[in-house]
Design a protein around this ligand. Structure first.
Ligand code: ADP
Ligand code: MG
Length: 549
């Protein structure tokens, strides 16, 4: 017997066990029964755990058996007062409603006296239905008892076989802590996996990962990953697949396609396959990626670039789990989970009629927007170590960075001048360059300065006017918010700004986020901190409000 039981034996309260009569095991009648384990008798035979009173619960039709068993109980445990209690569990012992009702009626009428008595509910006897109901009554506090479980002890000799063993199931105690710890550990492992083992500090990124973890483990619905290029969408999709493989027994393959590379016949055929002769050059049947992903996960990167016909077929394939390959009218089946990635604003594409609204609605159930690196500056240092390790294994020798060099890099990387337009792709590229150039694998401060200057020059080139979005894109945005005839109403000076602000607003989850992005420089210099208000006031000048964007 364990310590828990011994300590509860020290309590002076009257010990009362309530238990249902076990029809089969308690009911053994032949003389051999004293060398056999019977649950109710077992509860009374515990040497270190005397029971003062036993309430034997049974239905009227089992009265003769109950009399027989209570006689045996009194015989083997003379100090125990055995009381017979009839209960009515209804006509069907497997019906939850009537069994729960019968047990609750008994519990409500029983004169519990917890100040002077301690109660244990024996859950080894009775049907599973009764056991579940007793557990419920105990957990909800309607039955002021602890759960008592008995069982045979296979190590015991013939003489002591009837005693068996008992356990008090205390869900608050150490056992439960262990379960809680295991649960927390599993959760940490899942999140580590999704974060590629990088100990990230950014709060909103970490909570985003927490949500993705829940969805990845619980849902098979499509997931949409948005965010700027290089924010890690493709990598995250692969990790989600790995997590599902480990935890959910995902069997099929991870199949990845970049929709921006699909054009014309090839688009249909790559996605849905084709039959031989479907078009010039179709020399043999082709399965297509949707089929290849059957039972697995399909990652459609840059889904915003998919043509309208392909979008329509894709929607049908997701909904019906079947589709017809190009040139065939015989549908084939494929059941896959879809993860879509995009750096475009799908809502905007829907407004421009470049993306089907129904497909957008179908894949928009779980949308996660990955922040760019510039919005996760506190994560640059942990990522530096990750990149060093990656570079080391790529180059085949250890790459190190000395303290001054690290400080110089982090200082540059977290400053407002570092715009990180290419996000992790930029970080990855600068690290690979430094690692490759490092003499004896040591990255020095001088190397950091020359490489970060190159990076800065690259960003400057990207943000020159010629590289800013085309005027026609601006026009589409402005028409969508101001109507067709906006040009005659505002100065071009204001319109250029407005187009940019709207674009940022639409790719932000909140006005506060838009404010942070638009006013990053003055914010870093702590000149103004009311970014949200500034966005609001700017929009108001055009009679616009956040909600309608
Ligand atoms: N969380 C991350 N931390 C560090 N590097 C990352 C992370 N996510 C992605 N990367 C790296 O950055 C590069 C771009 O990532 P990718 O997933 O292709 O971005 P996206 O699909 O959003 O354009 C890849 O080299 C990838 O390995
Ligand atoms: Mg990608």
């Amino acid at each position: 017997m364990d310590k828990k039981l011994a300590s509860s034996a020290a309590q002076p309260k009257t010990r009362v066990v309530l238990g249902l009569l076990g029809i089969k095991l308690d009911g053994i009648k032949h003389d051999e029964r004293w060398t056999m384990w019977r649950p109710t008798l077992g509860a009374l035979l515990q040497k270190d755990w005397p029971v003062d009173r036993f309430e034997l619960l049974f239905e009227e039709r089992y009265r003769p058996l109950a009399n027989f068993v209570s006689n045996d109980m009194r015989g083997c445990s003379p100090h125990t007062e055995v009381r017979e209690q009839t209960i009515d569990l209804g006509p069907n012992a497997w019906n939850f409603e009537s069994v729960y009702d019968g047990l609750l009626t008994f519990v409500e009428s029983y004169p519990f006296d917890p100040d002077n008595e301690e109660y244990f509910i024996h859950i080894t006897t009775g049907t599973h239905v009764a056991q579940i109901c007793l557990f419920l009554l105990t957990e909800t506090g309607q039955l002021p008892a602890r759960l008592l479980q008995t069982g045979p002890d296979h190590r015991s000799s013939r003489e002591t076989k009837a005693t068996g063993r008992i356990d008090i199931i205390d869900l608050d105690l150490s056992r439960y802590d262990r379960l809680a710890t295991r649960f927390a550990k599993a959760q940490t492992e899942a999140r580590d996996l999704l974060k590629s083992g990088i100990p990230t500090n950014n709060k909103s990124f970490n909570s985003l990962i927490g949500m993705i973890e829940q969805v990845a483990l619980r849902s098979r619905e499509p997931i949409l990953l948005t965010g700027p290029t290089g924010a890690g969408k493709s990598q995250l999709a692969r990790r989600i697949c790995e997590l599902r493989r480990q935890r959910c027994g995902l069997k099929g393959r991870f199949v990845e396609v970049n929709c921006a590379t699909l054009r014309g016949d090839a688009a249909m055929s790559t996605l849905f396959g084709h039959v031989k002769g479907a078009f010039t050059g179709a020399m043999a049947d082709r399965a297509g990626v949707l089929r290849e992903a059957d039972g697995g996960l399909l990652f459609l990167d840059e889904i915003g670039e998919l043509g309208l016909d392909e979008q329509a077929m894709l929607l049908r394939a997701i909904e019906e789990k079947s589709f017809s390959p190009y040139g065939s009218d015989r549908p084939v089946k494929s059941d896959f989970q879809l993860i879509a990635g995009t750096n475009r604003d799908l809502h905007e594409l829907v407004r421009q009629q470049k993306f089907r609204e129904d497909l957008q609605a179908r894949i928009n159930l779980w949308t996660f927007t990955l922040p760019g690196l510039a919005e996760r500056r506190e994560d640059i240092a942990p990522n530096l170590d990750y990149e060093l390790e990656r570079a080391s294994s790529k180059l085949g020798h250890k790459i190190t960075i000395n303290r001054e060099a690290r400080q110089a890099f982090v200082k540059f990387a977290t400053s407002p001048e570092a715009t990180w337009q290419g996000n992790f792709r930029d970080l990855n590229a600068v690290m690979i360059r430094m690692a490759t150039m490092a003499e004896k694998g040591r990255i020095t401060e001088a190397l950091v300065h020359s490489e970060t200057a190159l990076l800065q020059a690259h960003w400057n080139k990207l943000s020159r006017p010629s590289a800013t979005p085309a005027a026609s894109d601006d026009a589409a945005i402005l028409t969508s918010v101001l109507g067709k005839d906006y040009a005659g109403k505002y100065d071009s000076f204001d319109l250029v700004q407005l187009a940019h602000v709207v674009r940022i607003c639409r790719s932000s989850r909140s006005m506060a986020e838009a404010g942070r992005r638009l006013f990053a420089v003055s914010r870093a210099a702590r000149e103004k901190s009311n970014d949200t208000d500034r966005v609001k006031k700017f929009l108001a000048r055009f009679g616009l409000i956040w909600k309608n964007l």
